[in-house]
Every structure is written in structure tokens, then in C-alpha cells.
Write a protein that binds this ligand. Structure first.
Ligand code: S3P
Length: 436
């Protein structure tokens, strides 16, 4: 691979002798890294975080909490936070910039809703297109004063928090960001809140509350949270991000003559939809689960080249793999038969409209793929040719295209590859290790 100007030239992997081999340690989970900084900041005492993801999104979270007056240090690969409870957060003198991170802005709004001061939040161009009413409307119902562009729908957003009433709320969309934002506000409300989600979404916030000594009652999709709880600082080891591992799982499955090991991958059952799909598609993989699963389960995954079959991905499975759909679409181009992805309209409001960007970019490489209103239909097995494609500034589209390039007959010119640093700063280093 070469880097030329604003694009990267990616070449086909010569797989006649062997494909991908070796092992890599998957970097820290993005969702858990964000939450560990947030909970460390609102707890009392010291929190030490290891295997924190140094991706741009998580660095945006650190920068926002520093602006709120929290002491956050980096020492010997550990993040150390000195929390002084919700009360320890101070009115920021500067605008809080969340960069590209939806998790930062939505969860932060839940925290700020209960703080008696003013804050203003901005992000990059992509954040400016992502819907915020899904959190601003229920947070305003609880008592926060919030405004923003287009009646509080988009950044820039201004918030003045205060005394919050508890909420009884049924989420209209299956979103862990919305659920978590409301839980963080509920922790500051006067009384018990009940939050119901339409399908089970990632439960890192619920696990994190318990890890910090708090209580949340959860029965299937219904959560009850009492306000006024005091959280206590703790030690967090962040598991590897299954959403990052997904790119190499798929690479191992589709590149001929491959066998790779992905070490210390988070295997929280609310995130393992990709494993279910790989198994349904007849992928050759095995998992060695580690013994300590008390906080978040972790394991090593061994992936080998596979003869894949098309599948249908829909319903309650969607929230368990929502971030993996771009790379699953590539996987499906290399499976025999048709793969249908439906009930995934949430893809339209991710870092890009991922129905459009996945379908548009894979088509340019030669894939047979069509967009539908709520997903896509992929015909396999198709030969990938190559060409000029773009990440559109979306990290997961960039990584999916870099993996696709391993199979393309001709060179792939990847525009805007720098977006990948949002969630996987050492992605190309890991790709090099496995292709050596
Ligand atoms: C996340 C939740 C998901 C996911 C995002 C991270 C989280 O978003 O796509 O990458 O950390 O809570 P939604 O809540 O919008 O589905």
C-alpha cells in the first residue's frame, strides 16, 4: 500500500501461496472507552482505565470532560481520572467539540441535562447532519433547557441543565446512545425513571453502572433507575472492540488460504450479531472464551478461509450488528447466493448514510448490490475489479474498502483514508502484520 496525496493506493494480496496469517491484539472497544471516561468523571474517587482506545472519537470525550473541569491524565498507557461526582463538573468556558462522535454528544447531553450550568456543543460536518431530537426531546421533558439549529434538531446545541424529574419513556428507535443518555439523566433525577427499548441494544452503560457500584434494575427491555445514586471510581480493563475485529474476521473468511487469530475480543452478547451471521453463512471460525467474564466477556477468535452462503439479516439481530453492516455487505459479495439485509433504516443516520455509501462504493468495485428502503440486497459471489472509491469521511466505510482491496483484480485508490483513525488508528499496521 502507498500513500499519495489525499488518497491511498491499495493493491491486491497475492494469495496463491498463502493468504492472511498471524495474530493481532484488537484495540479497545470504542463504546466502552467512552463510557469508562464518562463514568470515571461522574463517580467519586480514582478510576484507572487500561486498553483505552486512543481513537479520535474517544479523545474527543476526554477533551470535553477536561473542559468540564475533570482531571484526566495519561500515564504508562493508563488513563487516570479523578472524579468528584456529578457535582464536580463545572460550567465550561469553551465550546465542547465532539468531533465526529455521536456517542460523545448524545451521552454528554444526558449528563449535562442535570447540571445547573450552560454549555454549548458542536461537532464536525457529519455530526451536523445527525438527528439530536431523539435525545433533546426526552431530556427537555425531564426538565433540561435545550436549543439548537432547526428547533433543537442539530448542532450547534446549547443546553442549560437543572433539576430533573424522572421519566417514563418508551424509545421510538432501538438506540443504545439514546438509552444511555436517558439513563445518565435519570441518575440525576428526583425519583425512579423507567426506560423501555423496542429491541435489546448494547448494554455497556448498564454494566458500567454496576461496575461503579450503582444499581439499575433490568428486566428484558425495561430498565428502572433511581436518581441520587453515588458512584465510586474503579479499575476498568477495556476489551477489544468486536466492531473493529469484524473487519479482520471478514478478511480472514474471504481471502483464500487464510488463518488468523484475533486476541481479546469483547464478546458481550448484545454485540455478537456478526458472529451469528458468520455462523449462519457457514464460516469456519472458533472461539476461545476467557474465564473472567464478570464485567464484559472476552475471548480469542480464530478465523479461516470459508465457503460462504447467503443469508437474511433482520429484526432483533440488527441492533446487535448495526456497525458491522458495511463489512457484512462485503462478506456477502463473496458468499454463494443472495443476502438480504432489512429493518436497518438506522443506517441512514450513521456517520454517513451507510445504505448509500456501502452500496455506492461496493458497486464501483464491481459488486452486485442494490439499496432498498431499509437495507440492501447483495448477490454473490461476485468478482471485485477495483477503481477509485471514497470513505466519505466514514471510518467504517474506509476500512471495509481497504479489506475489499485485498481481493480486487486492479488497484484501489481509497480517498479520505484518514477517517479510519476515528475508531482504529493502527488499522493499517494490523493489516500489514496479517499480510506479511
Ligand atoms: C453506540 C451505539 C450505536 C452505534 C454507535 C455506538 C454506543 O448507535 O452505532 O457506533 O456506544 O452507544 P445508536 O445508539 O445510534 O444505534
Amino acid at each position: 500500500m502507498d500513500k499519495k496525496g489525499d488518497f491511498m493506493v491499495l493493491k491486491k494480496l497475492q494469495t496463491s501461496i498463502r493468504g492472511l496469517s498471524g495474530e493481532i491484539e484488537i484495540p479497545g472497544d470504542k463504546s466502552i472507552s467512552h463510557r469508562s471516561v464518562m463514568f470515571g468523571s461522574i463517580a467519586y474517587g480514582e478510576t484507572r482505565i487500561t486498553n483505552f482506545l486512543p481513537g479520535e472519537d474517544c479523545l474527543s470525550t476526554i477533551s470535553c470532560f477536561r473542559k468540564l473541569g475533570v482531571t484526566i491524565e495519561e500515564r504508562d498507557k493508563e488513563i487516570i481520572i479523578i472524579g468528584k461526582g456529578f457535582e464536580g463538573l463545572n460550567e465550561p468556558k469553551e465550546v465542547l467539540d465532539v468531533g465526529n462522535s455521536g456517542t460523545t454528544i448524545r451521552l454528554l447531553l444526558g449528563i449535562l441535562a442535570g447540571r445547573p450550568f450552560f454549555a454549548s456543543l458542536i461537532g464536525d460536518e457529519s455530526i451536523g447532519k445527525r438527528p439530536m431530537t431523539r435525545v433533546t426531546v426526552p431530556l427537555a421533558k425531564m426538565g433540561a433547557e435545550i436549543d439548537g439549529r432547526k428547533n433543537g434538531s442539530y448542532t450547534p446545541i446549547a443546553i442549560r441543565g437543572g433539576i430533573l424529574s424522572p421519566i417514563q419513556y418508551q424509545l421510538p428507535v432501538a438506540s443504545a446512545q439514546v438509552k444511555s443518555s436517558l439513563i445518565l439523566a435519570a441518575l440525576q433525577a428526583e425519583g425512579e425513571s423507567t426506560i423501555t427499548e423496542p429491541s435489546i441494544t448494547r448494554d455497556h452503560t448498564e454494566r458500567m453502572i454496576r461496575k461503579f457500584g450503582g444499581i439499575i434494575n433490568k428486566h428484558h427491555n425495561i430498565m428502572k433507575v433511581n436518581g441520587g445514586q453515588k458512584l465510586t471510581g474503579t479499575n476498568i480493563h477495556v476489551p477489544g472492540d468486536i466492531s473493529s475485529a469484524a473487519f479482520f474476521l471478514v478478511a480472514g473468511a474471504i481471502v483464500p488460504n487464510s488463518e488468523i487469530v484475533l486476541k481479546n475480543v469483547g464478546l458481550n452478547p448484545t454485540r455478537t450479531g456478526i458472529i451469528e451471521v458468520l455462523k449462519n453463512m457457514c464460516a469456519d471460525l472458533s472461539i476461545k472464551q476467557s474465564s473472567d467474564a464478570s464485567f464484559e466477556p472476552i475471548g480469542d477468535i480464530i478465523m479461516r478461509t470459508s465457503s460462504l452462503k447467503g443469508t437474511v439479516i433482520e429484526g432483533d439481530l440488527i441492533p446487535k450488528l448495526i456497525d458491522e453492516i458495511p463489512i457484512i455487505a462485503l462478506l456477502a459479495t463473496q458468499a454463494e447466493g443472495i443476502t438480504i439485509i432489512k429493518n436497518a433504516e438506522e443506517l441512514k443516520v450513521k456517520e454517513t448514510n451507510r445504505i448509500d455509501t456501502v452500496v455506492g462504493e461496493l458497486k464501483k468495485l464491481g459488486a452486485e448490490i442494490e439499496a432498498t428502503n431499509d437495507g440492501m440486497v447483495i448477490h454473490g459471489k461476485s468478482k471485485l475489479i477495483g477503481g477509485t472509491v471514497s470513505s466519505h469521511g466514514d471510518h467504517r466505510i474506509g476500512m471495509m474498502l481497504a479489506i475489499a482491496a485485498l481481493l480486487c483484480e486492479n488497484e484501489v485508490n481509497l480517498e479520505r483514508p484518514e477517517a479510519i483513525a476515528v475508531s482504529y488508528p493502527n488499522f493499517f499496521h494490523h493489516l500489514n502484520i496479517l499480510t506479511q
